[in-house]
Ligand binder design. Structure first.
Ligand SMILES: Cc1cc2nc3c(=O)[nH]c(=O)nc-3n(C[C@H](O)[C@H](O)[C@H](O)COP(=O)(O)OP(=O)(O)OC[C@H]3O[C@@H](n4cnc5c(N)ncnc54)[C@H](O)[C@@H]3O)c2cc1C
Ligand code: FES
Length: 233
């Protein structure tokens, strides 16, 4: 484990912040770190850039991170399989699932590639970085930002042929529906999904994060090609 200083905190909403570290973590988009805040459980968080994580408060550790009353955190990583890179990308984000996809978006744009984003959440408060994406369609369930509906409502009308890869991260129910939609459109072979499971070691040893097909989310994922996820969603 190594220690980093928090050199910036951007508050996106009451429950969501981005914490910036004083150094870049050697990593690729899709990888995660195990973050240790003194006095709390160590938790996995995706990198939202080489030197940041973006956190939503759901329990004790994430609430303490969002409150932001600390100067240093311990990190292990970056760990896990990253997204593969492609030149015509569609990114599909639900809620805090935008965190690893922001890193991917910036990475692909820096290579000059075409990137489109479809980003949904419950309400406007949960949509962050509203002005940071050039080619984005937003959806909120209450209609407070973008179209009223879900990412599925946006995707149903899309032709997926022009994309070389489709990347998805969000709640499991949302990813399941995206998986099924892409299956009916015969383009699952282009899709990658970033999964979450309870993690302890983060390095493939303890068995906490094993899927029913035996794959470990921390080591074989968290990013999986759709073909590895048959029967998982
Ligand atoms: C590979 C990976 C990457 C992740 N990246 C991010 C990220 O970039 N940003 C982020 O905010 N979170 C991310 N998470 C989720 C984050 O790790 C959990 O929210 C965190 O561990 C919860 O810890 P806690 O102590 O705050 O809450 P706990 O006390 O552990 O849980 C509080 C409540 O939240 C629920 N909960 C726990 N884990 C999750 C979860 N994964 N999703 C939804 N609800 C949960 C519990 O069921 C419980 O009801 C990631 C998880 C994984 C596995
Ligand atoms: S967290 Fe220990 S094997 Fe994945």
């Amino acid at each position: 484990m190594f220690t980093v200083k928090i050199q910036g905190l951007v508050r996106h909403s009451k429950k969501i912040v981005t914490l910036y570290f004083n150094k870049k973590i050697p990593s690729y988009p899709g990888q995660f770190v195990m973050l240790n805040l003194s006095g709390y459980e160590e938790i996995p968080l995706s990198l939202s850039s080489p030197n940041s994580v973006t956190v939503k408060a759901v329990g004790d550790t994430t609430r303490a991170l969002v409150e932001g009353n600390f100067e240093f955190v311990g990190l292990r990583g970056a760990f896990g399989e990253p997204f593969t890179i492609s030149d015509r990308a569609l990114l599909v984000a639900g809620g805090i699932g935008i965190a690893p996809l922001k890193y991917l978006y910036d990475f692909l744009k820096s290579l000059g590639y075409e990137v489109e984003l479809v980003y949904g959440a419950k309400s406007s408060e949960e949509i962050i970085w509203k002005n940071e994406f050039e080619n984005a369609t937003f959806a909120t369930e209450d209609g407070s930002f973008g179209i009223r509906g879900t990412v599925l409502d946006v995707l149903k009308g899309r032709n997926f042929e022009k994309y070389s890869k489709i990347y998805c991260c969000g709640k499991e129910e949302m990813m399941r529906e995206v998986y099924r939609l892409l299956e009916t459109k015969n383009c699952l072979n282009k899709a990658e999904f970033s999964l979450e499971r309870f993690m302890r070691c983060g390095i493939g040893v303890c068995g906490s994060c094993v899927l029913k097909n035996g794959l470990r989310v921390c080591k074989d994922g968290p990013v999986f090609k759709a073909e590895c996820l048959e029967g998982i969603f």
